[in-house]
Design a protein around this ligand. Structure first.
Ligand code: GRF
Length: 204
């Protein structure tokens, strides 16, 4: 059983999709804790509702980022975390933190990486005029949205889309491929070779 810790800053719809897949018996994993840096995060309320241990940690209460992350690390160790799942967590983790959980942190980003890294990816895609966009699940390395790609899904960009229209179309796919990716990790079906993530195929 894979022990998961989820970090979220916002509404937590991806967090919810992972909860639902685990509850449906689709992923051999347990969410041990939800950590948020935002007191009003919807994700905290969802965790409460689902009876998942949750904690709000105010980063401003720490003198340095290092102190804040040491607190995070000790919380993660306390629940024997195997995998850290970033689900709308709006902070960059330091190289030290990433090193500590090397290849054991995943993120979802609302674009087809490597295009449109960083904030407002859906608006970036619209402004650029691409005809397709989508979402990417990837391992977290020391860059921003640069780690090895696990899974992607493509959606069309429609002529009259607002950033919200496109975000909603992408979000639907996020809710599908994030749980699917975590399932592969939980079932130990993923290997990483350099930048490349390989998915082990069932032999039959
Ligand atoms: C999603 O669009 C995700 O791709 C991005 O942040 C958003 C989080 O949404 N990293 P939610 O909090 O999971 O609803």
């Amino acid at each position: 059983m894979l022990n998961i810790a989820v970090f979220a800053s916002g509404r937590g719809s991806n967090f919810q999709s992972i909860i639902d897949s685990i509850k449906a018996g689709e992923i051999p994993a347990e969410i041990k804790i939800l950590v948020s840096d935002t007191q009003t995060a919807g994700a905290l309320k969802r965790a409460e509702r689902e009876d998942i241990e949750n904690i709000y940690i105010n980063p401003d209460h720490f003198e340095t980022k290092k102190d804040y992350e040491e607190e995070l690390l000790s919380i993660l160790e306390g629940v024997n975390t195997d995998l850290v799942v970033l689900a709308g967590y709006m902070r960059i983790l330091s190289p030290l933190f990433v090193k500590h959980f090397k290849n054991r942190i995943v993120n979802i980003h609302p674009s087809l990486l490597p295009a449109f890294r960083g904030l407002d990816a859906q608006k970036q895609a619209l402004d650029y005029g691409v005809k397709h966009s989508g979402c990417t699940v990837h391992f977290v390395d020391q860059g921003m949205d640069t780690g090895p790609i696990i899974m992607q899904a493509v959606v069309p960009v429609k002529q009259d889309d607002s950033a919200d229209d496109l975000a909603a179309r992408i979000l639907k796919e996020e809710h599908r491929i994030y749980p699917e990716s975590i399932k592969l990790i939980a079932e130990d079906k993923i290997t990483i070779e350099g930048r490349k993530v390989k998915i082990l195929k069932e032999e039959n």
